[in-house]
Write a protein that binds this ligand. Structure first.
Ligand SMILES: C[C@H](O)[C@H](O)[C@H]1CNC2=NC(N)=NC(=O)C2=N1
Length: 91
């Protein structure tokens, strides 16, 4: 997969090794938790789950496909879903 060209379509995301990462700043802590809650619903639907670090209203998200030993189509699909959720919540 051409990771660089996929990343070009996801401006908030950067590559770090076998992961893509994005940091979000929500308006406040409850909004950050609502974002995580919505991501959880979509992640279950996709069968693909982000690593999430919650620091007050800052969320650090990391995606990779451990099963495949690197980045796959699913990571980029989930990244786009996360971007939609973030935009909806003003993050
Ligand atoms: C069996 C199950 O589908 C796998 O463990 C899934 C679950 N969610 C996952 N999520 C992510 N991000 N990477 C995986 O490799 C992965 N594997």
């Amino acid at each position: 997969m051409d990771v660089d060209s996929r990343l070009a379509g996801l401006p908030g995301w950067r590559r770090e090794g076998d992961e893509i990462r994005r940091t979000l700043t929500a308006p406040d802590f409850p909004a950050a938790i609502r974002i995580v809650d919505e991501i959880a619903v979509k992640a279950e639907e996709l069968g693909h789950h982000p690593d999430i670090d919650i620091r007050w209203r800052t969320l650090h998200l990391a995606l990779t496909t451990h099963d495949a030993g690197g980045l796959t189509e699913l990571d980029f699909r989930l990244a786009a879903v996360i971007d939609d959720i973030a935009a909806k919540h003003g993050a």
